[in-house]
Design a protein around this ligand. Structure first.
Ligand code: PEP
Ligand code: MN
Length: 337
């Protein structure tokens, strides 16, 4: 961290501030320029409050030269994190597809879709039981009975289940029943929820918030990791832009950017990005080509009658066709590597 002192600050005041930082266990280097001095702070500066330092009377400006995250930072953990769910691995060259309906609607629906996506090569089953809907009048999900149906679909197919948690009070239930706990885009900065899922032993699928930067997203992963849960999978699901043709704008730059910033795996959700089923395949292929660690795709056995997100859901047949293309593309990419 670099602290620029106000021009004309007395040497004794500079020394006093430097001593204050030394008292916090940091190494401080002082550079005296013409009319202005700079303090270079070296050490564990992650927990320093930049705003507080800016309020010191002789401080002109403070700049971080290091990222504010540590556990999620590739600099401190050069190898890729591989998240393991049963015998499925995500990250470090391991690729997996998560598929299923937006919401669990009935036993027949979830079990049928689970069998279908498994046959096509999906490794995990998704389905929301608790749904974050914009309108309070929209279907809110089946709740706990929906979770029971996911458990049943897992028992029938062997597919591990991925579902969204919205309430920290549900942590014990999710810890018992769920294989991967999803934190949705709208809760990416629900810090109490992040702390709670950070205490769980299950991997967390952390979706990027609607308008959040990479750094904010990684800071949310850091919240989870700081509580002890280092099994975080990041999920890009499109962000808000001026474009209104698509539901969101898929930001595939996130894949190479996150790879550089963090060691955590990154998967892409083309369904919530596009908001239209016919765009899911090209976006999924683009995401695969750019090197993401997996995809999460909405699949419904009867999209026109889906209770949620039918317009962006693939039929099992379309999902099967997509999986064949993704598999061929992955094989081609592996041969090129
Ligand atoms: C979902 O996965 O169904 C969902 C609600 O996603 P997001 O949080 O990305 O909107
Ligand atoms: Mn959805």
């Amino acid at each position: 961290m670099v602290v620029i002192m106000k021009p004309g600050t007395k040497q004794e005041d500079i020394q006093a501030l430097a001593d204050k930082f030394r008292g916090m266990g940091l190494d401080v280097g002082i550079t005296n320029g013409i009319g202005c001095s700079i303090l270079g702070l070296v050490g564990d500066t992650i927990s320093l409050d930049i705003d507080k330092i800016s309020m010191e009377p002789n401080v002109e400006r403070v700049m971080r030269v290091q990222e504010p995250y540590k556990k999620a930072n590739r600099k401190f953990h050069p190898e890729d994190t591989v998240v393991t769910v049963g015998d499925v691995k995500i990250g470090g060259g391991n690729f997996a597809v998560i598929a299923g309906p937006c919401s669990v609607e009935s036993e027949a629906q979830i079990c049928e879709v689970a069998e279908d996506v498994k046959r096509s090569g999906a490794k995990l089953l998704r389905g929301g039981a608790f749904k974050p809907r914009t309108s309070p009048y929209s279907f809110q999900g089946m709740g706990t009975p929906g979770l029971d149906l996911l458990v049943e679909a897992r028992a029938k197919t062997g597919l591990p289940i991925v579902t969204e948690i919205m309430d920290p009070r549900m942590a014990d239930l999710f810890e018992r029943e769920v294989d991967v706990v999803q934190v949705g885009a709208r809760n990416m900065q629900n810090f109490e929820l992040l702390k709670e899922v950070g205490k769980m032993s299950k991997p967390i699928l952390l979706k990027r918030g609607l308008s959040n930067t990479y750094e904010e997203w990684i800071m949310s992963a850091e919240y989870i990791m700081a509580e002890g849960n280092e099994n975080v999978i990041l999920c890009e699901r499109g962000v808000r832009t001026f474009e209104s043709f698509t539901r969101n704008t898929l930001d595939i730059s996130a894949v190479p950017a996150i790879r550089q910033m963090s060691h955590l795996p990154i998967v892409i959700d083309p369904s919530h990005a596009a908001g239209m089923y016919w765009m899911v395949e090209p976006l999924a292929l683009a995401a695969t080509a750019i090197g993401c660690d997996g995809l999460i795709i909405e699949v419904h056995n009867d999209p026109p009658h889906a209770k949620c997100d039918g317009q962006q859901s693939l039929t099992p047949a379309k999902f099967d066709a997509l999986m064949q293309k993704v598999t061929s593309l992955r094989q081609w990419l592996t041969q090129q590597a």
